[in-house]
Design a protein around this ligand. Structure first.
Ligand code: ADP
Ligand code: MG
Length: 565
């Protein structure tokens, strides 16, 4: 209660920082509003304290229609969290040593992802965040703490009330996410792997700024041959380009926007906030962007569909390396994605080894088949579709050999999209590639793997610590996992969740001999069913839901990983 909080803080005022620990607990700030100090930081420079506020639904009064299914609820939580973050940010200011007086809310970026920071339940609405408990030097500033908790936080907590929000905007946000997921759920039945709505703005401000390009963006408009109109629940029928399943090439001159389109598709596995420009770019949930990654680690992957035995008789059925090449890393990335259940591969020439993609007629004549271990992707892409039902979208400006294997050819010309399928057929007839197919008569096997328990044992008897450095690295014990090129990992908080899943895998799943795919799915299912707290064991405020592909991608890059096929 408020009076307890007041007397406690006046007692703590001026004392050493560690005494903030005594404040940990739950306080009723108003009849329906509770403040939780879950974990007080040890000093003003340490990671900020973990706190929550909870408002009873009787006061919050969000209409049931906003919560009528999981997707709508997730969207509502996201919206509330963003609004709360804006309110609190306006109140955040340095007030003393270190992080004194600062607030942090983990509210996400352009993508809308299920996260731990906001919880809407039947009985209450809760937001979780971080605050720097204030100090001068290392002495507690009790009065400042009091005004933060008693005045500022309740003011920001207005965002936990339905009445605080512009109803139209809130509804539009929730309806948008619902419709995006509704369309995504229909892609398979429609025979599509992706949809790009007319009017989309694809280019971004810069490589480090994911917001839409401010000026001069050419608005997306679908070519008539690929135009589809999709029904939605709230937006009537939405028109745009449907990319059918099969093999799709994206061609066109350099700088004409190919990579930008593919990147939008790669991010299109997530819904986007209104105003992002990519709200109606909707990609199959099992689409995986794969790329070359020189120097990466690979553990026991069967890459034999793409790479026959290597020089000096090294087998590729159980391929491990500390230092993969451009082609072996891409082969491994594809096989790893298939192992987890990819249904669409996204590949960009900019980030794919040339000798993996193509081997033209003249090179075939010069270097005989038995001297070249690599079976180029051009000879496997149709077998992959036939044997596994896996579609490919490939950006390629430099080789026409793919014209023979493509179902669709999309061209970019001055950022405008055209369907060149018929022209490509005609060119293919007129100028035969004269290649010999080298792919054999089937794609080959995808071998599931089981991570061995010792993979997760931290070295030198240390307890494993997990943390992350932004989107670049996940640190597990002594191992640093480089995830900087795992492109569909889009949020720091996903990386944190993955770090926790790796720990969970090591403790609970690997010892039971659970396979990689099953284990990753079990961990994600735990979060879906019981929430993020069940994974980490405390009320977490900065976790976001990763896809199974990105979790597996991180485990696959753990240099201590050992597997059995
Ligand atoms: P490519 O892969 O064909 O070489 P990119 O996709 O890298 O081309 O695009 C080249 C540049 O054009 C980038 O700076 C990108 O931001 C910009 N760009 C891409 N699409 C558009 C668009 N629709 N409108 C305006 N600029 C765009
Ligand atoms: Mg490019």
């Amino acid at each position: 209660t408020v009076s307890e909080l007041k007397s406690l803080l006046s007692r703590l005022d001026g004392r050493g920082y560690k005494a903030y620990r005594e404040l940990e607990g739950i306080y009723r700030l108003a009849p329906e509003l509770s403040f939780y100090l879950d974990r007080a930081q040890g000093d003003p420079f340490a990671a900020p304290s973990r706190v929550r506020v909870r408002l009873a639904m009787a006061e919050a009064r969000f209409p049931a229609a906003l919560l009528s299914n999981q997707v709508r609820k997730m969207a509502l939580q996201d919206y509330i969290l963003r609004a709360f973050a804006r309110e609190l940010k306006a109140l955040s200011r340095p007030r003393g040593t270190g992080g004194s007086g600062l607030y942090r809310v983990d509210a996400g970026g352009q993508e809308i992802i299920f996260r731990s920071g906001c919880l809407v339940e039947e009985e209450f609405v809760e937001v979780r965040f971080f605050m720097g408990l204030p100090a001068a030097g290392r002495r507690i500033l009790g009065q400042t703490a009091l005004s933060m908790i008693l005045e500022e936080i309740p003011r920001a907590a207005r965002a936990l009330r339905y009445s605080f929000h512009p109803a139209r905007e809130l509804e539009a946000f929730v309806d948008l996410v619902e419709d995006v997921e509704y369309i995504r759920g229909q892609l398979d039945d429609l025979g599509l792997v992706a949809f790009v709505g007319d009017g989309a703005i694809l280019p971004r401000r810069s490589g480090v700024d994911d917001r839409p390009l401010k000026e001069g963006a050419v608005i997306f408009s679908s070519p008539p041959e690929l135009r589809v109109k999709l029904d939605t629940r709230h937006h009537g029928s939405v028109s745009g380009m449907g990319i059918p399943s099969g093999v799709t090439l994206i061609v066109g001159g350099g700088f004409h926007g190919k990579t930008t389109l593919l990147e939008a598709l790669s991010r299109g596995v997530y819904p986007h906030i209104p105003g992002d420009g990519r709200q109606w770019v909707i990609t199959h949930s099992r689409a995986v962007k794969v790329r070359s990654e020189d120097g990466r680690f690979v553990a026991g992957v069967d890459i034999s569909p793409f790479i026959a035995d290597l020089p000096l008789g090294r087998s590729t059925r159980f391929f491990s390396t500390e230092d993969a090449s451009g082609s072996t890393s891409l082969a491994a990335a594809i096989m790893e994605a298939l192992e987890i259940g990819a249904k669409v591969l996204l590949i960009d020439e900019d980030t794919a080894a040339t000798n993996f993609l193509i081997r033209d007629a003249r090179m075939q004549a010069l270097i005989p088949r038995d001297k070249e271990p690599i079976v180029p992707f051009v000879d496997k892409v149709r077998l992959l579709l036939r044997d596994y039902g896996v579609s490919t979208i490939l950006v390629l400006g430099g080789s026409g050999d793919y014209l023979d294997v493509a179902d669709r050819v999309i061209a970019l010309d001055n950022y405008r999209v055209y369907d060149l399928t018929a022209r490509a057929r005609e060119v293919g007839r007129r100028l035969p590639s004269r290649r010999q197919p080298e792919g054999g008569d089937s794609f080959g096997l995808v071998c599931p793997r089981r991570p061995l328990p010792e993979s997760f044992k931290p070295r030198r008897g240390r307890r494993e610590r997990v943390k992350t450095r932004g989107l670049r690295e996940i640190i597990f014990g002594q191992e640093v996992i480089d995830v900087s090129l795992v492109e569909q990992l889009v949020d720091d908080s996903q990386a944190r969740t993955i770090a926790e899943i790796i720990r969970y895998f090591g403790h609970h799943l690997a010892p039971k001999g659970v396979g990689l795919r099953e284990g990753v799915e079990m961990a994600l299912e735990l979060i879906r069913q019981k929430g993020f707290d069940a994974l980490v064991g405390y009320p977490a405020g900065d976790l976001a839901f990763p896809r199974s592909f990105e979790v597996a991608a991180a485990i696959n890059r753990l240099r201590s990983l050992k597997v059995q096929q």
